[in-house]
Design a protein around this ligand. Structure first.
Ligand code: TYD
Length: 138
């Protein structure tokens, strides 16, 4: 998979003087069924999260509050996204290495996932990721 397949999705935004509202429907605003939702919060300054790829899992990552960076690697190219809008989601297909850092104080990272949690779906070793990416190109 190439990082060219990773895209910012501009989510619906209903603006209102009482406060804005955004929503996400599986297979409508994200190209998968949403099987799991999780979120990162109370992230201490300087912390780094992620540091893995997934064999099957796809995700949409949103900076629901505050900001952070997502670094994507496909084994050939690297791209850094600064996430700081509640109505932008970054779609990450399978077999993309991701790292998250530069969390602002009080930020919340919401993740919509296409599968339930399965440790066997993780690739946590970057060299192993590069090997798998190399195999798929042959
Ligand atoms: P991990 O996915 O490695 O965190 P991150 O990529 O955000 O740094 O998960 C951290 C721990 O939480 C790990 O022990 C697995 C556990 N976990 C679950 O039990 N269920 C889940 O849905 C997730 C995302 C993680």
């Amino acid at each position: 998979m190439s990082i060219k397949n990773c895209q910012i999705i501009d989510l619906p935004k209903i603006t209102d003087s009482r406060g804005n509202l955004s929503f996400i429907e599986g297979n409508v605003h994200v190209p998968f069924d949403i099987k799991r939702v999780y979120y990162l919060y109370d992230v201490p300054g300087g912390a780094e999260r992620g540091g893995h790829a997934h064999i099957k899992l796809q995700q949409l990552i949103i900076a629901i509050s505050g900001s952070f960076d997502i670094i994507l690697k496909d084994g050939f190219e690297t791209k850094r996204y600064h996430m700081n809008r509640s109505y932008y989601g970054l779609h990450i297909p399978s077999m993309i290495w991701r790292e998250l850092d530069n969390f602002s104080s009080g930020s919340v990272c919401l993740v919509l996932a296409s599968t339930v949690y399965e440790e066997s779906d993780y690739i946590r070793d970057y060299r192993q990721f590069l090997l798998k990416v190399g195999e798929s190109k042959q």
